[in-house]
Write a protein that binds this ligand. Structure first.
Ligand code: HEM
Length: 504
């Protein structure tokens, strides 16, 4: 446990709690959004809460996210917050297990692999995988029977998780991973994933089965990738030019060293874990909303028909360039990421005392708050993404807000009046660029996501391919958030009804 120092005048306000070590862990764990919004009303944008013996200072609003995510890594440090969670899952010598400066080089290596040229090759591969999934997966039996009158159903999360891993392995992960998905790989992935939970975030090691399974699976998964690399080195003429392993094997650190085989293996595991739940949750939420909003689903289908023709056989294949110019599809995904960003809390370990800018929060006219060394800071871009002072009907999923330059989202993002009544001007196009934007589902600053374009490609192609083939209905309301997983998932029931589309 962290020793909690007595409160100083410059400390941000502390959230009231009855239990000394547990602090606000139960409220935060069960409903972080309600916790943050209630505390924001009570204490302002900056406050500290106790999370199982840790002192965590939350900085809300666009400025608050900028304060945390734009901080220097010597002050607000990501490895200090995440290493105990990620190293046992990803493996040694990558990401948060190495100094920040080394990880930043590794991140650049990954960026090389996420090239436009590779993306162009991926769109068709993703389309193929989804078509094949519809033709073979047991959940889509009525589709396979060519029955246009019979409704079938699928669980939003389970089906989307499977499509996500199939498409990610076919594209980024490479042929060997795709060929093993139905075999050993799937179980290894499940065991490894069992080590990527809020419990693992709170406790680095516990003598329990899920931790043992995680460690065993990590070793086997690492060996699996190293084996692929060894075989590729023995047979360099294989057809792998578009996948990430091929790209990483070409990369060289600044000092001239190549990435070692186990580093390539561990970066591949890190990418698998970074992309799997984030993309599958986004897919599941988008499908749930589309199933509950006939009007939007129809507009999306019409957009597909307009650009690519009727899916009865006269369909033109979608290209990467097409995908970037489909406003309805784009706004559906963008809107899902606004209301359901997969990551609700982004943490850093505080390595030196840091003054909170008075424009963000201050105890008095002349005073400043200081976030003390050896504690943690937390940003939650979700709070400003649904803030009713910025977005009209902020908690409502309404893709139309994104689709024209003068829409609600565009207005909110060109300029908005912040919590101090100050008018902030962004200018058009600041939506995903600025570290000070109220819309940041992919984070900001040094640790910003590099998977954004790949995620849009993967999610967009999957949704487009599905919506061309099936109609959707939701038998229940769109579910609430389940906060008991690291990534925000929909609660039960999350079943979607579908029917094969009829083409006249
Ligand atoms: C970082 C969100 C998909 C790879 C991040 C961060 C967020 C995020 C919020 C910042 C974390 C922090 O500051 O601590 C998302 C969302 C996704 C997605 C919403 C999908 C909808 C992906 C995919 C990949 C990926 C598909 C890989 C292909 C990464 C990497 C980082 C990152 C390498 C950098 C971590 C760091 O620098 O510390 N992502 N991500 N993400 N993401 Fe993603």
């Amino acid at each position: 446990w962290q020793k909690i120092a007595p409160r100083k005048a410059s400390d941000p306000p502390v959230v009231f709690h009855w239990l000394p070590i547990i602090g606000s862990a139960i409220w935060y764990g069960n409903d972080p959004i309600n916790f943050f919004q209630t505390c924001q009303e009570r204490y302002g944008n900056v406050f500290t809460f106790i999370l199982l013996g840790r002192k965590v200072t939350v900085a809300l609003s666009a400025k608050g996210s900028n304060f945390v995510l734009g901080g220097k890594s010597t002050a607000f440090n990501a490895e200090g917050a995440y290493k105990h969670l990620t190293t046992p899952v990803f493996g040694k010598d990558v990401v948060y297990d190495v100094p920040n400066e080394v990880f930043m080089q590794q991140k650049k290596f990954v960026k090389f692999g996420l090239s436009t040229e590779n993306f162009r090759a991926y769109v068709g591969m993703v389309e193929d995988e989804v078509e094949e999934f519809l033709k073979t997966d047991v959940r889509f039996r009525t589709y396979q029977q060519n029955d246009i009158n019979e409704w079938g159903s699928f669980d939003a999360i389970a089906a989307m998780a499977e499509i996500t891993i199939l498409t990610a392995s076919r594209t980024l992960q490479g042929k060997e991973v795709r060929d093993n998905i139905d075999k050993s790989f799937s179980q290894l992935y499940t065991d490894l994933d069992g080590g990527f939970t809020p419990l693992n975030f709170l406790f680095a090691n516990l003598p329990i089965e899920s931790y043992r399974k995680r460690d065993k699976a990590q070793k086997k998964m690492s060996d699996f990738y190293v084996d692929i690399i060894t075989k590729r080195k023995q047979n360099p003429d294989g057809d792998h030019q578009h996948d990430m392993i091929a790209s990483l094997l070409d990369q060289t650190y600044r000092g001239g060293d190549k990435l070692r085989d186990h580093e390539v293996a561990h970066i591949m595991i890190a990418l698998l874990m970074a992309g799997q739940h984030t993309s599958s949750a986004t897919l599941a939420w988008t499908m749930l909303h589309l199933a509950s909003r006939q009007d939007v689903a129809d507009a999306l289908y019409e957009e597909q028909v307009k650009y690519f023709g009727n899916p009865d056989g006269s369909l033109r294949p979608m290209s990467y360039e097409d995908l970037r110019h489909l406003p309805v599809l784009d706004s559906c995904v963008r809107e899902t990421l606004r209301v359901h960003p997969p990551i609700h809390s982004i943490m850093r370990q505080v390595r030196e005392d840091v003054v909170v800018p008075a424009s963000l929060a201050a105890p008095s006219k002349d005073g400043v708050y200081v976030v003390p060394k050896d504690t943690y800071v937390l940003a939650s871009p979700l709070i400003s993404q649904v803030d009713p002072r910025i977005w009209k009907d902020g908690d409502k999923w309404e893709p139309a807000r994104w689709s024209d330059e003068d829409g609600i989202a565009a207005q909110a993002l060109k300029s908005y009046v912040d919590e101090n009544g100050e008018k902030i001007d962004y200018g058009f196009g600041a939506v995903s660029k600025g570290t000070d934007s109220p819309y940041q589902p992919f984070g900001a600053g040094k640790h910003r996501c590099i998977g954004e374009q790949f995620a849009y490609l993967q999610i967009g192609t999957i949704i487009a391919t599905l919506i061309r083939r099936i109609e959707l209905r939701l038998p229940n309301p769109v579910p609430d958030h389940n906060y008991h997983t690291l990534i925000m998932m929909p609660k039960d029931p999350k079943s979607i009804h579908y029917r094969r589309r009829k083409f006249d």
